[in-house]
Design a protein around this ligand. Structure first.
Ligand SMILES: [Cu+2]
Length: 468
């Protein structure tokens, strides 16, 4: 019965933050990583108060899913929530069908389901999981359901990375109402729900004693709607090594990072002078009144005495240059309030049919008055141009941020997996209100895959985690 407790052990990669340390990686056979957890109403300690939440494995954030490239994850999941739920493995390049990243599955209350997928070569990076039952996503995420995924690969063994202090930095804002998380108000469904306190791995303003002269921070924005403008307190450079998953080609020094909801960035921080340094968030105007953060800082890092920073890696991954001339199919997608191409999401309708093996060029434009982060499931893409200009470096992305009036051109290679899935705005409330479309990628030969079974949505108006 104590699935949650067992799951609380999670599975672990070496060197990740102590918040997630708990035991050895359970393995029943080579190449297979097995884990079990539930989603259930449980209390968590938030800002010193005991708050009823919906949690994966009794934890906030949920247990770390850690695997290596080539390994298969088998996840036995039990739904003990009062509503249906499921899991989406955000950013993972795995099938959108079967037992993998299949968002059409719904696990009714009281039932279990075993997910299973394999991390492919070149996918080492930072990802996350959260529920994806239409119209229930924003509430289930806000009340606590999300967790990190780390895939490791051969590049992680290079000395410039292996000796760094490797830490997850799972970022989430909260708003309190007495001894509970604040429930949704009408405006939240327009603006996206935000709170004035930003937590790091569930903790407020933690201080970390670092174990090496270089930190590798795996930043994940798991907020429903808050956009995070991040900087170090003394404005020393952040060396970007990965965005939204796979490695960049080489480290890129930046002073500031903007992480839209669902985006990730991995950065190296070098402790040259032995002084503590704080990670801070700065105000960002996304077109709606964003509550000011009450944090002084997000995280304080105290370097070990006498530690020297590691040399920076000079080469990381090789990212192929995609040729826009090879994109025979070109599409335009227009984002406006709660709509994509003027249409609200409908389960029955396929909005885009693409062919496996093709690379397409998507021109996505934001005609709304607020920022919208655009996310495509299953197939990572490259930003070809933003407002007509090529980006300064190549990267594989799964979520691209668009300011009002902005246009991005994306090169999307449909590789490896056919099937039906979604693209949507990653402000969770916007997606729940229908700012989402269906894409079906059809194999070059053979029949269309059968349509997935119908989904039932059963939102319980006003439901929130209740004190047992
Ligand atoms: Cu949006």
């Amino acid at each position: 019965m104590e699935l949650g407790r067992r799951a609380a052990l999670g599975i672990l990669g070496g060197g990740l933050t102590a918040a997630f340390l708990g035991g050895p990686r359970p393995r029943s056979e080579p190449g297979l990583v097995e884990v079990a957890f539930d989603a259930a109403t449980r209390p968590a300690r938030i800002l010193g108060r005991r708050v009823p939440m919906w949690l994966y494995g009794g934890r906030f954030p949920g247990p770390l899913l850690a695997m290596r490239e080539g390994e298969t994850l088998r996840l036995r999941f039990t739904n003990r929530l009062p509503d249906p739920t499921n899991l989406h493995f955000h950013g993972m390049h795995v099938p959108p069908t079967g037992r993998a990243d299949n968002i059409y599955l719904q696990i009714p209350p009281g039932e279990r389901f075993t997910y299973e997928f394999t991390a492919g070569p070149g996918t080492a990076g930072t990802y996350w999981y959260h529920p994806h039952c239409h119209e229930l996503v924003a509430r289930q995420m806000w009340f606590g359901l999300s967790g990190p995924i780390v895939v490791r690969g051969p590049l992680d063994a290079m000395p410039e990375l292996a000796a760094a202090d490797d830490r997850l930095v799972v970022l989430r804002d909260v708003a309190m109402a007495g001894e509970a998380l604040a429930d949704f108000a009408i405006d939240d469904w327009y603006e996206g729900k935000e709170g004035p306190h930003l937590l790091v791995n569930g903790a407020f303003e933690p201080e970390w004693r670092m174990r090496a002269g270089t930190a590798r921070l795996r930043l994940i924005n798991t907020c429903n709607a808050r956009h995070l403008r991040l900087r170090l307190s003394d404005r020393r450079p952040l060396f970007l090594i990965a965005l939204d998953g796979p490695f960049l080609e080489r480290p890129v020094a930046v002073e500031e990072i903007l992480l839209a909801p669902a985006q990730r960035a991995e950065v190296l921080v070098r402790f040259e002078d032995g002084r503590p340094v704080e990670l801070r968030a700065f105000h960002y105007n996304r077109g709606v009144p964003t509550p000011r953060l009450e944090n002084r800082f997000l995280l304080r890092m105290i370097p070990p005495a006498g530690a020297r920073p590691l040399p920076l890696p000079d080469r990381l991954a090789t990212i192929p240059r995609l040729d826009p001339a090879g994109a025979r199919v070109r599409r335009r997608l227009v984002l406006s309030m709660f709509l994509i191409d003027g249409r609200r999401y409908r389960y029955e309708r396929v909005d885009i049919r693409a062919r496996l093996g093709e690379t397409e060029l998507w021109r996505v434009r934001n005609l709304g008055t607020m920022d919208h982060p655009f996310h495509l499931h299953t197939w990572p893409f490259q930003i070809h141009r933003r407002d007509g200009r090529a980006p300064p470096f190549r990267a594989w992305r799964d979520t691209v941020h668009l300011r009002p009036g902005e246009e991005v051109e994306l090169l999307v290679p449909f590789r490896n997996f056919a099937g039906r899935t979604l693209y949507h705005c990653h402000i969770a409330e916007h997606a729940d209100r229908g700012m989402m479309g269906t894409i079906e990628v059809v194999p070059e030969t053979g029949a269309l895959p059968p349509p997935p079974p119908p989904i039932c949505f059963a939102p319980r108006a006003g439901a929130a985690p209740r004190r047992p």
